[in-house]
Design a protein around this ligand. Sequence first.
Ligand code: HEC
Ligand code: HEC
Length: 358
Amino acid sequence: MIGLAPPYSTFFDDGRQRFLKFEDAASGLGPSYNATSCGGCHNQPSIGGVGNVAVIRAGVVHNGRYEAPQGGDLVHLFSIGDYSCQPQIPADANNLSHRIPTPLYGAGLIEAIPDSVIRTWEDPTDRNGDGIRGHAALVMDPATHTMRVGRFGWKAQQATLLAFAGEAFRNEMGITNDLFPKEAATGLSAEQLAACDKVPDPEDRADPKTHLRGIDDVTNFMRFLAPVEPLPLTEDRRRGMVLFSHIGCASCHVPELLTGPSEFPALDHKSVNAYSDFLLHDIGTGDGVEQGAAQGNEFRTSPLWGLRFRKRLMHDGSALSPSDAIKQHRNESERSRQSFDHLDTPDRQALLEFLGSL
Ligand code: HEC
Ligand code: HEC
């Protein structure tokens, strides 16, 4: 937890409990779902981290455009009741993609970065000629109905933790809420969904005592979750850090951004060492899925803080080490990957040492 005084420390504890709560059909779970608690997928190396699951999306790519089937492209793994609402991969789906969870440590700091700070790093027309064309993911915030710079999720599809919480409650557990009031599951009609799940929408109701909804509770937990501190810099790691900038990794994995004003001292004008510009890039790992402002070939620059606690890397978990992940970098990151390939062994080792200290 970041430095917090009461009552916020209580909000954090209550939020953590809600994050861990096992949902069931009576509390709105389903009709179809991927897990029964937020903690089910965000638990390694501690609550708020990552998990072993990968979620599935099935869509149809038609004339170069991605289309989600009726009910959306989420193929839930499980369903309640008699399985009459178990989503199946639709017959005409020709684009199947997998995504692993992202960690939530330091999420409140990421949220507190002003849109304008992220936008200063945009260069969609490559004015500086470095081959990198990052652009901000402009998305609609479902709570305020304003356009904001998305920064959460592999496609930077949400701008705030409340919005992500709302989408996760609905997408991962089938719990509808004020921000995402309609059930979604691939191939299922609204009528089928209504027949399988008898709890009236929105299912996430405010607690009569605290007046907080589930989405507010888990937002408090995530907002106040402390970032992972890097290991101390040794001589090798320091050299690796310099090389990281020198070969252009830091052009996307930006080492430091600043938060704006915040009512919480721990989030107010703080540096955020997430190693990301939170922009969308094409590095040749596209999954075909168009989501929020992201094209099928684009992803948010992955934050690298806390890297040493993760095993699976890249959106689909297809890399099992930082060097595996670097090998997949192409297109906008072609030059920096080539420079990495050309490093001599001690330099490459120093760079990997540095990454392993994050
Ligand atoms: C079935 C597994 C699963 C469950 C359950 C789950 N998540 Fe996630 N979470 C994911 C995956 C996968 C991603 C990456 C999603 C993406 O980009 O599409 C993710 C990403 C996130 C992110 C984005 C963090 C970042 O910086 O990118 C937030 C915030 C989040 N989850 C919050 C929650 C909350 C709150 C709950 C409970 C309501 C929850 N998650 C339940 C799998 C899960
Ligand atoms: C053009 C922008 C760009 C450059 C330059 C770049 N990266 Fe990345 N990096 C990304 C994006 C985007 C992803 C996520 C791609 C995905 O998941 O498919 C990523 C993912 C990663 C990951 C995996 C992180 C995770 O959460 O799974 C590592 C490690 C990484 N990059 C290291 C590096 C290193 C080291 C360099 C320099 C050799 C570098 N990157 C250069 C954009 C970039």
